[in-house]
Design a binder for this molecule. Structure first.
Ligand code: GLN
Length: 543
């Protein structure tokens, strides 16, 4: 637990904006700064404002926006919230991710109720007021010392404008030591002239100024070391103090960024500007220990991640990060081979999986690539290769077992084949009347009781767990007896609904399928026990 010795009488707000291009890593900078403030004893949370019109990213294809991250209270959110949780070890909620869709939905619902008393409803003030309310909600409700709000998109985008205006107003209302703006930009290196260029940064700051915001701190993304000269130039032209021009140079792992920020005193600069005490000596010992392990692996293992969104690494962000955490814990590097399930057939499987020491079948939706996933399960089961099935991956394990062990050749999930004779995975009763797609799955945290002596129970070291869900389909309990007789056991059960949450094949080296998403709960300082145990088994298998 974080020692909490300092606190602020009123919540302070930090806004993080981005300029020049997207994908500069605002989420990582926000999480890193939060980490440093947390390590100084402050309670911090981070919020992401996304300018798109979807009410949440739950309905987005992973190719569009990467993984959809799920919070304990069942919000389907931006993957940056995953970074916040992994860095800080805190739990985020519905309030931590706001989209333009949510803002408008609230305002329009109020308008229909007649709450605006005959007034014309406009972007300013009604939309901006709702944005401000959502920002301040975290400060008022949960009593954080500092709330960091990351504004998605890039300054200058049409859809970001109301957010920038809301930030301008809040900064003015809250006063100079209660709010500050950190602007993240890019300093490109031009190989032809051998120079780093500050002009895009200057332009991007001008853009912010045009919108009435003077940034207090600039974080410059760069591939090369910035000289003091260059930082001075940026400080002068962008009207910020020299110590407030911070470089964010490319590093080998995102987990190094907090230390890199600390070296440049970003935390102290922020505290000074917010008139907050320095707090206690920064203690990042466990974090540094983790980094040491991460950077000095004793061995390397090869794990296959079988999924269908593998072209975009962000689609499986939390799983990939969980492997990083679990690898460090086991002093080994986990080389993850993302394999497209559509490529896996009887003919290619040996070539694609033959070299793997562990196989994870990923979550997913729909029937594209499903047979490749089922074949991968069969391969792992028959060859006694450690297997981890996550959500759809667990459902594939159940289908495979039904087909090849129980002999139900047509066994399937009713998600893929509605009229299958053997619906071993089926829609929950409560899902049958659901017609709307957004926010209607089984979402958020649920209890699960583990069977004593099972591998899962040993890995967790406890008999009761809470895990996060995001799915519509479930193990069909009508078949449970058949499965257990044949050697696949339900070792995790939801005590309220009796739903099967974990299956295991006890006679196998390590074969576990989970209906939930353990990857959402793995953090740097508390790697997920199932990932840790899976990698342990993979390591053993590789010896
Ligand atoms: N498509 C499956 C379901 O809805 C699995 C979902 C998932 O893997 N997250 O039940």
């Amino acid at each position: 637990m974080i020692k909490q010795t300092v606190s602020s009488p009123n919540t302070k707000y930090i806004f993080v904006t981005g300029g020049v291009t997207s994908s500069l890593g605002k989420g990582i900078i926000s999480a890193s700064l939060a980490k440093l403030l947390q390590a100084r004893g402050y309670s911090v949370t981070i919020q992401k404002l996304d300018p798109y019109i979807n009410v949440d990213p739950g309905t987005l294809n992973p190719y569009e926006h990467g993984e959809c991250y799920v919070t304990v209270d069942g919000a389907e959110t931006d993957l940056d919230l995953g970074h916040y949780e992994r860095f800080l070890g805190i739990q985020t909620t519905q309030a931590n991710n706001v989209t333009t869709g949510k803002i408008y939905q609230t305002v329009i619902t109020k308008e229909r109720k007649g709450d605006y008393l005959g007034k014309t409803v406009q972007v300013i003030p009604h939309i901006t007021d709702e944005i401000k309310r959502r920002i301040k909600l975290l400060g008022s409700k949960h009593k954080y010392d500092v709330v960091i709000t990351e504004i998605g998109g890039t300054v200058g985008d049409i859809e970001s404008l109301p957010y920038i205006e809301a930030v301008r107003q809040l900064k003015w209302e809250l006063g100079p030591t209660n709010a500050l703006v950190i602007h993240l930009t890019l300093v490109p290196y031009l190989a032809a002239s051998g120079e780093l260029k500050t002009k895009p940064t200057q332009h991007s700051v001008k853009e912010l100024l045009e919108n009435g915001i003077q940034p207090d701190i600039l974080v410059l993304r760069t591939e090369r070391e910035l000289t003091t000269e260059l930082r001075k130039k940026v400080a002068l032209f962008c009207n910020v103090e020299l110590e407030a021009v911070v470089q964010s140079i490319d590093v080998s792992t995102i987990y190094e960024v907090p230390l890199m920020m600390q070296k440049q005193n970003l935390d102290l600069t922020v505290l000074k500007k917010l008139a907050l005490k320095e707090g206690h000596e920064l203690d990042l010992t466990p974090w540094i220990e983790f980094l040491k392990k991460l950077k000095n692996p004793k061995t390397c293992v090869r794990v296959a991640l079988v999924g269908k969104y593998v072209e975009l690494q962000d689609s499986y962000k939390s799983i990939l990060e969980s492997f990083i955490h679990a690898g460090a814990m086991n002093d080994c590097k986990v080389a993850v081979n993302c394999i497209h399930s559509e490529r896996i057939t009887e003919n290619t499987i040996d070539e694609l999986l033959g070299d793997m020491q562990g196989i994870l079948v990923a979550p997913g939706f729909g029937d594209r690539g499903i047979e490749g996933k089922i074949l991968s399960v069969k391969y792992a089961r028959e060859k006694n290769i450690p297997f981890f099935g996550v959500c759809l991956g667990m459902q594939c394990a159940v289908i495979e077992f039904a087909r090849n062990v129980l002999g139900f050749a047509d066994a399937h999930s009713t998600e893929m084949v509605r009229a299958t004779e053997h619906p071993v995975i089926d829609l929950m009763e409560s899902q049958k009347g659901v017609t709307e797609k957004g926010g209607t799955m089984r979402l958020g945290v649920y209890h699960c009781v583990l069977k004593r002596g099972s591998k899962a129970q040993k890995a967790y070291g406890t008999s009761e767990i809470m895990e996060r869900h995001r799915h519509r389909f479930e193990f069909n309990n009508e078949y449970l007896k058949d499965f257990e007789k044949a050697g696949m056991v339900a070792v995790g059960i939801n005590p309220d609904s009796n739903l099967v949450e974990i299956v295991e094949i006890p006679s196998h080296k390590w074969f576990i399928g989970v209906q939930f998403h353990p990857e959402y709960q793995s953090t740097v300082l508390r790697p997920h026990p199932l990932f840790v145990d899976f990698i342990r088994a993979v390591l053993e298998n590789s010896k």
